[in-house]
Design a protein around this ligand. Sequence first.
Ligand SMILES: Nc1ncnc2c1ncn2[C@@H]1O[C@H](COP(=O)(O)OP(=O)(O)O)[C@@H](O)[C@H]1O
Ligand SMILES: [Mg+2]
Length: 203
Amino acid sequence: MELLAKGAEANLYLEDGRLVKERISKKYRVAELDLRLRKIRTQREAKLLENAKRAGMTVPRVFKTDIRNYKIYMEYIRGRPLKDVLESADEQEVKNLSGKIGRALSVMHNANIIHNDLTSSNMLYADGEVYYIDFGLGATTTRIEDKAMDLVVFKRSLQVAHGDKFRIIWASLMDSYKSVKHLSEILARVDVIERRARYMEAS
Ligand SMILES: Nc1ncnc2c1ncn2[C@@H]1O[C@H](COP(=O)(O)OP(=O)(O)O)[C@@H](O)[C@H]1O
Ligand SMILES: [Mg+2]
């Protein structure tokens, strides 16, 4: 057993070539709540990964879910964090990758899936494809507000992680996100959320 990563809530390791994501106990949580959150997030992540794959997104395949032990066994993606790839990419590559992401997010939102923790660290780049991971906070929803919020969160994380390339990334991403249903309503809601946030910061 080889520990690959220690996340905020999970240990990730390789077992027989498969990636195991095991949600571990957080001592600061009341025991009962801790068990419940680990169970819910494990179930949710496995289900959303399966739904996302069915919708046509590139995500790791889920082999098995072991709810009792808060474990998901999934395909191991031998790749690099997209964050690093974007940092070292030239302008054309940045545009290509951002275009791929925008298209994938439109597919995801059209399938009424939101991720809720979109960052370039929750994406892996392998074999010319972008893989989306870490769906434990995601949800199934038809609400415009939820889809808009998914974009707002992602936009902020990109501004922080890729300040100098942000404009190029976001322009390409939005250009390919255009195929989403209810585009104008979602974008209008993004504006409302961002204006509200600026107002709160200023006052
Ligand atoms: N299917 C996978 N294949 C390869 N690496 C993975 C996979 N899933 C997760 N990882 C690695 O483990 C890290 C943490 O996983 P993630 O699901 O994002 O958990 P956390 O909720 O702790 O952030 C990822 O950033 C990635 O480096
Ligand atoms: Mg993560």
